[in-house]
Design a binder for this molecule. Structure first.
Ligand code: ADP
Ligand code: MG
Length: 152
């Protein structure tokens, strides 16, 4: 789902391209759509295959977590001269123990989420693995914020 219009800036040191995408929470109806859109955009911008692949993986995992656990969220793509920044912000239950949530295989996925083919507990671990910079903050009952940077 597109939200807002893409912005192009010609200034050399700031953002070259920015776009924001809404992600519906607690539903898998459009799961994966935003990460596909972002992947297509980056392919059109002619980034190396490996960069596109890593950006697509981290965006996909962040998106699926919003679909799984949050009420609603937003993913912002910023393309800068030397990096791709992907920010995922959601309103939702938040994460009480981030260190635990980051562990490979740890998941609180419900049977419904598992039935949809998600909930292997690898999402956050893979986001960390495929990002050059990964920051996560969360507040229980408020929401979660992820920042992923991939150097180009
Ligand atoms: N955006 C989020 N909001 C609330 N909880 C989250 C969010 N993302 C991850 N979590 C919590 O962290 C756990 C681990 O996430 P992840 O590594 O993506 O594995 P999975 O989604 O397969 O459970 C989830 O099971 C959930 O408890
Ligand atoms: Mg996940």
């Amino acid at each position: 789902m597109w939200n807002g219009s893409p912005r192009s800036v010609t200034s050399h040191e700031t953002v070259a391209y920015e776009n924001s995408f809404l992600v519906a929470g607690k539903t898998f109806k459009n799961a994966g759509k935003v990460s596909r859109q972002i992947k297509t955009l980056l392919q059109k911008m002619k980034f190396p295959k490996e960069v596109v692949r890593r950006a697509a993986i981290v965006t996909y995992e962040a998106e699926i977590n919003i679909c799984s656990y949050a009420e609603r969220g937003r993913i912002v793509l910023r393309v800068k001269p030397k990096e791709i920044s992907i920010e995922a912000t959601d309103e939702g239950q938040g994460i009480a123990d981030i260190e635990l949530a980051m562990k490979e295989g740890y998941s609180t996925a419900t049977p419904r989420i598992v039935h949809m083919g998600f909930g292997a507990g690898m999402g956050l671990a893979n986001i960390k693995r495929f990002s050059d910079v990964f920051r996560i903050t969360s507040e229980v009952g408020k929401g979660t914020h992820l920042e992923m940077i991939i150097h180009v």
